[in-house]
Design a protein around this ligand. Structure first.
Ligand code: ZN
Length: 273
């Protein structure tokens, strides 16, 4: 089941039963669905509970919790460089992950069918108009090489997918460098926005948070990292540096093979008593 949170006029967050979010923006003539969640729920049906307008569907990047629900649409736009992520996925793997994420909520017999990902189209345009709501596609490399966001100047809002999550995850497939991420933060700071949305929070993030994220990156070279493994699919591992917990936890997760980080071995685990 999909839950809805209205963020402001025309903007909704849709969360699927696996706990992943998509953004719906309703203009005067068209609507935009940004990301499609995991595939655990029929996102087309969910969108139709809010609007009957023609729908443009764009994926922020290729990770399965953003593209799994693409199967409910005929056309989903995404940067071509993200298609390489699909090599890691099979129907069998995603079926297993959805069962893990949805538990008894999911039919035992359910089998995911990616439809050979034929629904994907290259995201080869840079702006579009939903009818009174102009939108601009902004490249946000870092979390992945082809991550994009949607900048809506009249709402002073950026939809950012996973590119600007406060715990910056640089350990997943197709990730870029820390320099890519720093450049992305600098670029977004130049945009005239008040807030941004991510795909894993049901509330708006203030633009000022980007400053703390940049501080985190600047301190990360000498930071103390800890081993980390996600408890949910895709169960990836990495090195975790927690910078601040003052409001929203801000931190960084790097891939195991990040140059230089392996030297910072985590402290020896205490023996259980
Ligand atoms: Zn991601």
């Amino acid at each position: 089941m999909v839950t809805f949170t209205k963020i402001q006029d025309s903007v909704y967050i849709l969360k699927d039963r696996a706990g992943c979010c998509a953004n719906l923006v309703v203009g005067g003539e068209k609507a935009l669905l940004f990301d499609t969640c995991t595939g655990a729920d029929n996102m087309e049906e969910a969108v139709r509970q809010i609007t009957d307008l023609p729908l443009l569907v764009i994926a922020s990047h290729g990770h399965f919790d953003h593209i799994g629900g693409s199967i409910y649409f005929d056309e989903v736009y995404m940067r071509e460089v993200e298609l390489s992520v699909f090599e890691e996925y099979s129907n069998e793997i995603i079926t297993g992950w959805l069962k893990d994420m949805c538990g008894p909520d999911r039919d035992e017999d359910y089998v995911y069918d990616c439809r050979d990902w034929e629904q994907f189209r290259d995201l080869d345009f840079n702006r579009f108009d939903l009818g009174g709501l102009e939108c601009e596609i902004i490249s946000l490399p870092g979390h992945t090489l082809g991550s994009v966001g949607i900048y809506i100047p009249s709402l002073k809002l950026l939809l950012s997918g996973d590119a600007l999550t406060p715990v910056m995850c640089m350990n997943f497939t197709n990730h870029g460098t820390l320099e890519d991420l720093k450049n992305t933060l600098r670029k977004v700071k130049e945009l005239d926005i008040d807030y941004y949305l991510t795909s894993h929070h049901e509330y708006k993030m203030p633009k000022a948070q980007l400053d703390i994220m940049m501080e985190c990156l600047e301190h990360s070279a000498d930071a103390r990292y800890h081993e980390y493994q996600y408890e949910t699919p895709p169960y990836d591992m990495g090195w975790f540096y927690l910078y601040s917990v003052e409001k929203e936890p801000i931190g960084l997760i790097l891939a195991y093979d990040t140059p230089g980080v392996g030297r910072r071995k985590p402290a020896k685990k205490e023996r259980a008593t």
